[in-house]
Design a protein around this ligand. Structure first.
Ligand SMILES: C[S@@+](CC[C@H](N)C(=O)[O-])C[C@H]1O[C@@H](n2cnc3c(N)ncnc32)[C@H](O)[C@@H]1O
Length: 182
């Protein structure tokens, strides 16, 4: 069903430029995308971190293979892939400046475990960016997502977009200068 994710009209609801533009990361950032699917959003994000790395994680190896092929055919090399479940992320503590997911949050069965892991693998002041849009059947409203994040100690920073197609950016608390950049 990955073709559904790549329908051309999807960009009218939530374009790759929009999602990438809402990730305020430096060009050398270490970024994790959970549930990268076929890579609809991954290419544009990888382009914006030419000196960094985009780590693509998905529970389905077939999706990761499609995603990797898409980035490679776009001439990108600054990425790696990992097949895993978001409830147990195979990375060291503090590995990433930012973690983003698009139309995935509502699909993750063990959400509390995922948010604990997101907190662990992000650096202090790291960014957790959750994008949701209709007509995804697992769509979650922004206020419900914000409550989940707060319960796990994240600080919601801003909600961008509109009710049915939004990005919620939140920060992992930390001391000192933001790792995310501007
Ligand atoms: C609706 S698709 C979205 C794909 C992509 N983010 C996009 O917007 O085009 C959801 C993706 O999340 C993956 N996924 C679902 N649950 C997951 C989990 N617990 N851990 C990792 N990936 C998961 C699925 O395999 C699928 O590729």
């Amino acid at each position: 069903m990955s073709w559904v994710l790549d329908l051309p009209g999807r960009g009218l609801i939530m374009s790759a430029r929009t999602v990438a533009g809402r990730l305020p990361v430096r060009p050398d950032a270490q970024v994790l995308e959970v549930g990268s699917g076929s890579g609809y959003y991954s290419v544009e994000v990888a382009r914006r971190i030419p000196d960094g790395t985009l780590t693509l994680l998905d529970i389905q190896p077939e999706m990761l293979a499609k995603c990797a092929a898409k980035l490679t055919s776009a001439g990108l090399e600054n990425f790696t892939t990992r097949q895993a479940d978001g409830k147990s992320l195979p990375f060291d503590d503090g590995s990433f400046d930012a973690l983003f997911l698009v139309t995935v949050f509502g699909e993750i069965a063990e959400r509390d475990a995922f948010l604990r892991e997101a907190d662990r693998v992000l650096r202090p002041n790291g960014l957790l960016s959750i994008t949701e849009h209709h007509p995804d059947p697992d769509f979650e409203p922004a206020h419900e997502v914000a409550e989940c994040l707060k319960a796990h100690g994240f600080v919601p920073l801003q909600t961008l977009g509109w009710r049915w197609a939004y990005t919620l950016n939140a920060s992992k608390p930390g001391v000192g200068e933001s790792q995310v950049g501007h």
